[in-house]
Design a protein around this ligand. Structure first.
Ligand SMILES: [Zn+2]
Length: 98
């Protein structure tokens, strides 16, 4: 099973660490954390082949019975998901904050 990291939260965590290191006068650690922060910002989001955006659609009862694969359908690729994610795990479309 794939594991996902919330990039925004990770960057926020790193930024907080930088602030703490600066406050403690640990400049070498702050610089190292800043370097990691820059690297993380550059990492492309997993599965995001292009910047598409979509929405999670709740299929009708008949379609849900036929597919029986999930509760939500990606408006872009039609893949089903049990839970709403920020990104479609299949096509990488950004679905907004959920
Ligand atoms: Zn999709």
């Amino acid at each position: 099973m794939a594991e996902y990291v919330n990039k925004t939260e990770l960057i926020e965590y790193i930024n907080n660490a930088i602030e703490e290191y600066v406050a403690q006068g640990q400049n070498a650690r702050a610089k190292a954390a800043a370097k990691i922060g820059v690297f993380v910002r550059e990492i492309p989001v997993y599965g995001a082949k292009e910047k598409k955006s979509g929405t999670w659609v709740v299929p009708g009862a008949t379609e849900q019975k036929l597919l029986a694969l999930g509760n939500y359908k990606c408006s872009e690729c039609g893949s089903m998901a049990i839970h709403r994610h920020n990104y479609c795990p299949n096509c990488g479309s950004y679905m907004g904050s959920v």
